[in-house]
Design a protein. Structure first.
Length: 387
C-alpha cells in the first residue's frame, strides 16, 4: 500500500487534522482511527506514490497508491500515483491509484494516476468506493490503467453511496483489462446502491486497448441494476473503431444522458443499452428518450476536434497538468459554446474552471468536454479587433 489512512481499531488514533505534503515514496503506513468517519480535515498534497506492486499472498487487495477511509472532509490534490498494484492476487478486490471509501466530503483533484495495474480485479486510476457521499473527482488525468479511469463502486455491506460528482476530468487508454473503460459504475444493492451521481464535462478517450466503453456499468446481478439517478451531461466520448461509447446493460431508473458528444473514428458510435446495440445516436434517442431535452434532441454525433486524441502521455508533475494539451478543443471545434448550461437548466453549480484552468464559460456559452476553449476566445477577440 502506498499511502493509507483508514478507520480500524483503537480510539487513540483519531485524526482531527491530518496533513501530508510532499511525500515521495514507495512505502508508507498511517495509523488508524476508531469508528466511521472519525478523521476530519485530511489534506494529502504533492505526493508521488509508485511501485507499490502489492503482496501476492495477501487475501485482501494490495498495491494501492493512496487510499483514505473513515474520513469526513478531505482534499487530495497534486498527487501522482503510478505503476502500483501489479502483484495484487486478491480475488476479493483490487488496488486503485487514488481512492476513497466510507468517506464524506472528499475532493480528489489535480492528480495524475497512470499505469496502475492488478493481477486480478480493478487496477484503475481513481475511485469513489463503498459508502462515499457528497464527494468529487475533478480536474484529474487518468491514463493507461488496467482498470477504469474513474470508478464509482458500491460494495456489499457499505454505507449509503450518494450525491457524488465526476467532472472536468480526462481519461485516455484506461480499462485495459476486465471490461472497464473510462468512467464505470458497479454496485451491489447495499444501502440502495449508487444514487444521485453527476458526471459532466469530462473528456474520455477509449482506445483500441480499452476493454470496455466510455461510460458504462458492470452489473453485479444480471437481472437488476442498483445504479439510480445518474446524470451524464456535456461529456465528450471518443473511441477507437469497434468500441462502444456507452454500455449500460440493465438501466435502472434515472439515467439521464444530455448534451454529450459521441465520436467513433470512421464509424457510427455504438451504444449498448439494455441488451440492444444501437448503431446511431438518433436510433438510441428515439428508442429510449436519452439525449433529449424537453422533447427536443440534444447531444452530438460529430468529430469534436480535439488537439491530439491519444497523445496525452505522461506528465509526471501534477502542477503541470495543463501542459497536456492533447484534449484541448481546436479553434474550429463544434463543441465550443455547444454545452448545455447546467446552472440554468438544472441548478447545478459546476465550479469555476475547466481542466486547463480557464474560467467557465468563455465566449458565448459553455463548451462540451473538459476544456473550455480559450483559444477560440482569443481568436474571437482577434477577429473582433480586426473587424
Ligand atoms: Ca465557451
Amino acid at each position: 500500500m502506498g499511502l493509507q489512512l483508514r478507520w480500524a481499531r483503537g480510539p487513540e488514533s483519531e485524526f482531527r487534522w491530518f496533513w501530508c505534503d510532499g511525500l515521495n515514496r514507495r512505502y508508507g503506513h498511517f495509523p488508524s482511527a476508531h469508528g466511521r468517519r472519525s478523521h476530519k480535515n485530511v489534506y494529502i498534497g504533492n505526493c508521488k506514490v509508485f511501485d507499490n506492486r502489492g503482496i501476492p499472498e495477501k487475501k485482501g487487495h494490495s498495491g494501492t497508491g493512496i487510499v483514505i477511509s473513515g474520513v469526513d472532509g478531505a482534499v487530495i490534490e497534486y498527487c501522482e500515483a503510478f505503476n502500483n498494484g501489479e502483484l495484487n492476487r486478491s480475488t476479493a478486490g483490487g488496488p486503485i491509484g487514488i481512492w476513497a471509501w466510507e468517506s464524506s466530503n472528499v475532493v480528489i483533484q489535480f492528480c495524475e494516476s497512470h499505469h496502475n495495474k492488478t493481477g486480478t480485479l480493478d487496477g484503475g486510476g481513481f475511485d469513489l468506493d463503498g459508502g462515499c457521499v457528497n464527494s468529487t473527482l475533478q480536474y484529474n488525468y487518468s491514463h493507461d490503467n488496467y482498470g477504469a479511469g474513474y470508478g464509482l463502486y458500491q460494495f456489499k455491506g457499505a454505507s449509503a453511496f450518494k450525491d457524488n460528482i465526476v467532472r472536468y476530468n480526462i481519461s485516455e487508454n484506461d480499462g485495459q483489462i476486465g471490461g472497464y473503460g473510462a468512467i464505470y459504475f458497479r454496485s451491489t444493492r447495499s444501502h440502495g446502491g449508487i444514487q444521485n451521481t453527476r458526471v459532466y464535462n469530462n473528456t474520455l478517450h477509449v482506445s483500441a486497448k480499452t476493454t470496455g466503453a466510455g461510460i458504462g456499468e458492470i452489473s453485479d446481478e444480471p437481472s437488476i441494476s442498483h445504479v439510480h439517478n445518474s446524470e451524464i451531461y456535456n461529456n465528450i466520448i471518443v473511441t477507437a473503431p469497434g468500441k462502444h461509447v456507452v454500455d449500460i446493460p440493465r438501466p435502472a431508473a434515472g439515467w439521464s444522458f444530455k448534451g454529450d458528444c459521441y465520436w467513433t473514428a470512421g464509424e457510427h458510435p455504438e451504444i449498448k443499452w439494455n441488451g440492444i446495440v444501437y448503431s446511431s445516436l438518433s436510433g438510441w434517442r428515439s428508442a429510449t428518450g436519452q439525449e433529449t431535452l424537453k422533447g427536443a434532441p440534444v447531444g452530438f454525433h460529430m468529430e469534436p476536434r480535439l488537439a491530439k486524441v491519444g497523445g496525452g502521455a505522461t506528465i509526471g508533475d501534477p502542477a503541470k497538468l495543463q501542459s497536456m494539451t492533447a484534449y484541448m478543443l481546436l479553434a474550429d471545434s463544434p463543441m465550443i459554446d455547444s454545452g448545455l448550461d447546467l446552472r440554468s437548466l438544472f441548478g447545478i453549480e459546476i465550479g469555476e474552471r475547466d481542466f486547463y484552468g480557464a474560467q467557465v464559460p468563455q465566449l458565448s456559452g459553455y463548451d462540451v468536454g473538459a476544456c473550455e476553449s480559450e483559444i477560440a476566445h482569443n481568436r474571437h477577440a482577434e477577429n473582433t479587433t480586426k473587424n
